[in-house]
Design a protein around this ligand. Sequence first.
Ligand SMILES: Nc1ncnc2c1ncn2[C@@H]1O[C@H](COP(=O)(O)OP(=O)(O)O)[C@@H](O)[C@H]1O
Ligand SMILES: [Mg+2]
Length: 335
Amino acid sequence: MSAPLLEVDALTLRFRTPAGTVNVLDDVGFTLQAGETLGLVGESGSGKSVTALALAGLLDPRAQVHARRLRFQGRDLLNSAGEPDASAWQGLRGRRIGFVFQSPRRALHPLRTIGDQLQQVLQVHRGLKAAAARREALAWIERVGLSEPTRRFKAYAHELSGGQCQRVMIALALAGEPALLIADEPTTGLDVSTQARVLDLIAALALEHHLATLLITHDLALAAQRCARVAVMHAGQLVETLPSAGLRGGAAHPYTRQLLRATPQSAPTLSDLRSVDGLLPDLTRTDLPACRFAERCDRSDARCRTEAAPWTRIDPRHALRCWHPALESARPDAL
Ligand SMILES: Nc1ncnc2c1ncn2[C@@H]1O[C@H](COP(=O)(O)OP(=O)(O)O)[C@@H](O)[C@H]1O
Ligand SMILES: [Mg+2]
C-alpha cells in the first residue's frame, strides 16, 4: 500500500475552560488512503467535530492539541513540540483539504453572492484570472446540480434552500481541487430525500476527482452505507475501525455492537430499537477510566478502568482497542 494521504497518530485535545479542563480527544489515530472513504461515527458529543477542526487547523486558541504524528500528503503538520504548526496549514486549507460543515446557510457569507464567493475561491486557490474564475464558478454551480446557473450565480444564501446551500458549500469545498474532503454532518437538518441527493453528489464528485472523503456522522448506518470503512469514536477515543461490509456480523467492540443495535436496519422489529445504554462520561472528570466506555459496558472489568488496551488487529483492515472484544460472536461471514 502506498503512503497514506492522511496520518493521525496519538492525537490528544483538551480545552481549558473556567469550569476546568475538558479532556476531549484521547490518543486518536487513523490513516486515510488517497481516494478512500472513511466514516467517523459516534454519539453526539464524542469529539467528531473537534477532530475535523483539528485536521483543519481551525480550533479556537483555548484548545490544547498534541499529536505524535500528523501528516498530510507526507507533509508534517506539527512543530517540534508535537503541536499543530499553524504555518503548515497555509496552502492546505481550502486548497488541498476541503471542508463541508453542518449549517451551510451560516457558513456562507450573507452579503456576498454565491458566484462571488465561488469566484474568489477559484482566484485564490487556483490562481485563475477573474474571467476564467467566473466561467469556472458557473461550471461548478452546474456541476453540483443547481438549476439556472446564471441566476444562482447572482443569488444570496438567504434566497436558497438548505439543500441548495449545501450544494454551494460542496462547490466551494471542491473548487480548490482538494485531495481530501472532510464533511462534518453534511446532511443533518436536511430532509431525507435531499440528504440522499447531497450524499450522492459528494460520492459522484469524489469518485470523479479521486478524492478521499472523511464523512463525519452520528449515524452508523449512513456511514456504513456511504463509506468503505468506518472508524467508531466514543467519548474522544477511537475504539474500532473496520470495513463497512463486515460491520453487521463482524463488529467486535462492545460499543460498536451497541451502536449497531441502536441502528434501525439491524433491528428485526420495532420493539428491538434501543439507544446505547447510559450517557457519555463527563469529559471534565479527572478520574475517567482508561477505556471511557468501561462504565457503560457489560463486558468490562477492573483492568478496563486502569489500563488502556492496545490496538488489536483482527485482519489487515479491522482493528480495535478492547480487552474483552466480542470475538466469539463476531461472524465475518454473517452478511
Ligand atoms: N470550544 C470548546 N470549549 C470547550 N469544550 C468544547 C469546545 N468545543 C467542543 N467542546 C467539547 O468537546 C466535546 C466534543 O464535542 P464535538 O467535537 O462537538 O462532538 P461531536 O461532533 O462528536 O458531537 C464535547 O464535550 C464538547 O462540549
Ligand atoms: Mg459535531
